[in-house]
Design a protein around this ligand. Structure first.
Ligand SMILES: NC(=O)c1ccc[n+]([C@@H]2O[C@H](COP(=O)([O-])OP(=O)(O)OC[C@H]3O[C@@H](n4cnc5c(N)ncnc54)[C@H](O)[C@@H]3O)[C@@H](O)[C@H]2O)c1
Length: 276
């Protein structure tokens, strides 16, 4: 009988789905070389914002890839943890002490997804969003990521083992849409923090991946891509050591923004490539 730590791996070994069988092969190789319970290596992941949308999809994908996932969210994740064989964690990412406490309870993190985020109620111009909303969005979207890095990076460096950090920003952090309240500024700032983290950790075993999706179906949006597809692609990119994950049809808009800025032209609303 596997212990709770090993339940996800035990499930993979059963190999009920074809993709699980493929992963099972990798896990068995690891099982033979290192072990922590009944000869099974427990690979640990932490996902913030795991109760819904992209975070939930990342958590599901990480479980499918053999990780024991700590499901960190303001919303309770107990039922989900039971379903996935993960660990429920109640946390407000905007609170540095709560994030530090989370890091203290998790040893040996291999994948850290700093993903929790919110949109405000005021979706107009920046000056239409009230001060409290600016504070809340900066607190969750920007400081939530900073708090996660402050809590986990020293531990990851001390572990001296390969680890992957995935930071969810947004397409709205790489181009600027005309409206959206405080959201865009927080996401542009998250992009800067992720770039700084990647540069600072370049000569270490820790990689940083910046996830910048366009619309994704989630608690935040009724329309857009399937979060499962986004999570699968993002984790594959992170395994491959890729920094930016951006929908291809938006690449030209990112280039065009830089050209407009350099030419001293007025900013234009970004558009996806027309052939999509
Ligand atoms: N859905 C989109 O179209 C889209 C596009 C680009 C980027 N994003 C980004 O993806 C990330 C995930 O959003 P989503 O679309 O899955 O939305 P979602 O609302 O489905 O999920 C967000 C999760 O974060 C949690 N959360 C919110 N504040 C928190 C806090 N202070 N502490 C802990 N958890 C908190 C929520 O409870 C929720 O479970 C966000 O950073 C968002 O900005 C979303």
């Amino acid at each position: 009988m596997a212990c709770p730590d090993c339940r996800p791996l035990a499930r993979l070994r059963a190999g009920s789905a074809p993709e699980h069988r493929q992963v099972t092969g990798q896990v068995i190789m690891v099982v033979e070389s290192r072990g922590s319970c009944e000869g099974v290596l427990v690979r640990t992941a932490v996902v913030t914002g795991a109760a819904s949308g992209i975070g939930l999809a990342l958590a599901r994908q990480l479980v499918a890839e053999g990780h024991r996932v700590h499901l960190a969210d303001l919303t309770p994740t107990d039922v989900l943890a039971e379903e996935l064989g993960g660990v429920p964690v109640g946390v407000d990412v905007a609170d540095p002490e709560q994030m530090a406490a989370l890091a203290d309870t998790v040893a040996d993190v291999e994948v850290l997804c700093l993903n929790a985020g919110i949109v405000g109620a005021a979706l107009g111009t920046p000056w239409e969003a009230p001060p409290q909303e600016w504070q809340r969005l900066l607190g969750v979207n920007l400081l939530g990521v900073v708090n996660g890095l402050r809590a986990f990076v020293p531990m990851l460096l001390a572990n001296r083992r390969p680890a992957r950090i995935m930071i969810t920003a947004s397409l709205a952090g790489l181009v600027t849409f005309p409206r959206g309240g405080a959201y865009a500024a927080t996401k542009h700032a998250v992009v800067a923090v992720a770039e700084q983290a990647a540069m600072a950790l370049r000569d270490t075993d820790i990689t940083v991946t910046l996830l910048c999706p366009a619309l994704v179906r989630s608690g935040m949006s009724d329309a857009g891509d399937d979060p499962a597809d986004i999570a699968k692609a993002a984790l594959a990119a992170s395994r491959a050591g890729r920094f930016l994950v951006l929908p291809e049809e938006w690449a030209d808009a990112v280039r065009l923004r830089a050209v407009h800025l350099l030419n001293g032209e007025e900013p234009l609303p970004p558009e996806p490539r027309a052939d999509r």
